[in-house]
Structure formats: structure tokens, C-alpha cells
Design a protein around this ligand. Structure first.
Ligand code: ADP
Length: 312
């Protein structure tokens, strides 16, 4: 379980467009933090979600996304009183010290909010993939036929993040997912494959890993992203057998696990969550572990007893 930070909360920003897996990511994060991973039930704008004894998720979009009419209906101004609570966070004046995950598309655009963040995450799903998810969802949940969905589609740009392993794939079932990690962030050491800072491609399918077509390909290496030095870990393809993920896990370093196999354990525990067989689930789980590590380091620092966080 997590402990409470003395009087200053740890604030994590999570930005993504809607339908990009924020709730799913929050469930994985909650689970890593030892919570029950109960689904936050599709964003009730009035309720913040408690993910552990000390951690609350505030969906800031709930404030920003209210248009003039919506604000009027709810009787709030653009500078919502609930946002005023938010102003108290950096001063430590919040009545019950809590640690926050702030989610929503807009938080990172607001400088005041950005300044509060100890760490931020952006889930970026390409339009093509989002679209494929939406189709799968509409077909499964609303019983729409593929034809009726397709009929409503305009021509779209070819996408960059569909798997490169299948030529001309446009179903969006096999994904290529990148974990882009900024260098030089305090309390955060990017995950690496085999050799930190080298450029590597790895096709683990063979004797140790069962892979059916189109297989799995990992890539790792240094890069720049919007002018920042980053490390990129990429996974193209999907797992056939989730229990074999331990083989992949054992080749990754700086995972911030507390014991050998924790990534695999988390993935198996939530095998029913969307994206569990591909890089979205794997990387969301890894980011959850990194946040827990970062959180524990910040807490220790603020308690005046800096410790090297335990790493496997
Ligand atoms: P958000 O909270 O950002 O709106 P959710 O986590 O609720 O997103 O996901 C919305 C829907 O998108 C899910 O019900 C699922 O259909 C689909 N989805 C999300 N993440 C994935 C994924 N990694 N793989 C496949 N589908 C996904």
C-alpha cells in the first residue's frame, strides 16, 4: 500500500483524447498501487475516483469540457469552485493531504496545472487505431454492422502506427506501440532493452516464446522527440501466450518492479482488460510501475529520508 505524503501531494498528469484508454490505464495503475482496480465507470463528471487510500483521480476535463450552457446548467463558472480547491494543492493547504492523478485532455495545456505536476503521461492513439477500436466496440456493444459503420467513414489518411509486420493491414488488430520516455526527469529512469543507450531490435519469437503470424518485434534506442532527448521502446505485434511474457520481462531493465515477474503478474491478473496482448497493455503496466517508483521516491524525499528505491 502507498503511504501518505507529508503535506504536499504527488501530482501525476495523464492526458489523452477520450476513448484512448485512460480509464483502462487508470485501472492498471490502481492495481499496481495495490487497489482493487475497479473500473471508474465511464467518467461520471461529478465524482473523483479514489484509487487507493491516499490517491484520488481528478478528471480536469470535467471542468474544462463544460461549455457555456453546461456551466450554466451546473451553476459553475469557468473558474469553477472545485478548481479553486485545486489551487490549494500546491500550498499544501488541502484539508486531507492526498495524492492526485489528474486526467483529461486539457490539464497539460494549463500552465498553472502543468507547474503542479511531478510527472506527466500522454496516451496518444493514432486516429486509425482509435477508429478501429470504435468499430470493434460499436459492433460488439451496439450491434452495428460493419457495413453501416463503414458507410459512415470518410477517407482517412494512412496511419503510421499500425503494425509494420502485416503489409497493408488496416484492421487495427495488431498494433505497433511506442513508449517514449524523456531523459533527465528526476526520479525517473527510462526502461531499456539489453543495453542502455544502444539501438536494438529484438525478435524474441523462437524457442522461448510462442508467436503466431505476424510475430513480435521489439525495438529500443535513443531518439529525439519534439526537441527532447528520449529513449524509445517499441513493441510491434502481440503475445500469443501471456504467461510467456516473463521471458520478455526478464530482458527489460529499469522496470521498477518489486519482485521478479511483477509485470507479467499484473498483465495476467488483468488479461481481460483491453490491449492486454499487445504493447498498450504492456507499456501501461510498465508506466504504472514507474509511477509507483517515482511516487515512493518523492514521498521518501519529502519525508526527509531519501532512499534508493528498490529495483529489480
Ligand atoms: P477513455 O477513458 O480514454 O475514454 P477507455 O479506457 O474507457 O478510454 O477505453 C475506451 C474503449 O476503447 C474501451 O472500451 C475499448 O473498447 C477501447 N480500448 C481502450 N484501450 C484499448 C486497447 N489497448 N486495445 C483495444 N481497445 C481499447
Amino acid at each position: 500500500q502507498v503511504s501518505c505524503s507529508a503535506d504536499k501531494p504527488v501530482v501525476i498528469g495523464l492526458a489523452a483524447d477520450s476513448g484512448c484508454g485512460k480509464s483502462t490505464f487508470m485501472r492498471r495503475l490502481t492495481s499496481v498501487f495495490g487497489g482493487a482496480a475497479e473500473p471508474p465507470k465511464g467518467g461520471n463528471p461529478d465524482s473523483n475516483t479514489l484509487i487507493s487510500d491516499t490517491t484520488t483521480v481528478i478528471c480536469l476535463d470535467d471542468y474544462h469540457s463544460l461549455d457555456r450552457t453546461g456551466r450554466k446548467e451546473k451553476g459553475v463558472t469557468a473558474l469553477d469552485p472545485r478548481a479553486n480547491n485545486f489551487d490549494l494543492i500546491p500550498t499544501g493547504a488541502h484539508p486531507t493531504p492526498q495524492d492526485f492523478v489528474i486526467e483529461g485532455l486539457h490539464p497539460m495545456f494549463d500552465e498553472r496545472v502543468r507547474d503542479l505536476l511531478d510527472f506527466s503521461i500522454y496516451l496518444d492513439i493514432s486516429d486509425e487505431v482509435k477508429f478501429a477500436w470504435k468499430i470493434q466496440r460499436d459492433m460488439a456493444e451496439r450491434g452495428h454492422s460493419l457495413e453501416s459503420i463503414k458507410a459512415s467513414i470518410e477517407a482517412r489518411k494512412p496511419d503510421l502506427m499500425l503494425s509494420l509486420l502485416i503489409p497493408d493491414d488496416n484492421e487495427g488488430k495488431v498494433l505497433r506501440v511506442k513508449l517514449i520516455m524523456k531523459e533527465g526527469i528526476k526520479n525517473f529512469n527510462p526502461v531499456y532493452l539489453f543495453d542502455e543507450g544502444s539501438s536494438i531490435t529484438w525478435v524474441p519469437c523462437g524457442r522461448k516464446l510462442t508467436c503466431s503470424y505476424p510475430g513480435i518485434k521489439f525495438a529500443y534506442g535513443p531518439d529525439t522527440y519534439f526537441g527532447h532527448e528520449v529513449s524509445v521502446l517499441e513493441m510491434d505485434g502481440q503475445f500469443d501466450r501471456l504467461d510467456e511474457l516473463i521471458y520478455v520481462e526478464s530482458h527489460l531493465s529499469n522496470l521498477s518492479t518489486k519482485f521478479y515477474g511483477e509485470v507479467t503478474q499484473q498483465m495476467l491478473k488483468h488479461a481481460d482488460f483491453p490491449g492486454s496482448t499487445n504493447g498498450t497493455g504492456l507499456f501501461q503496466t510498465i508506466v504504472g510501475l514507474k509511477i509507483r517508483d517515482l511516487y515512493e521516491q518523492i514521498i521518501a524525499e519529502r519525508a526527509g529520508a531519501p532512499t534508493e528505491a528498490a529495483k529489480v
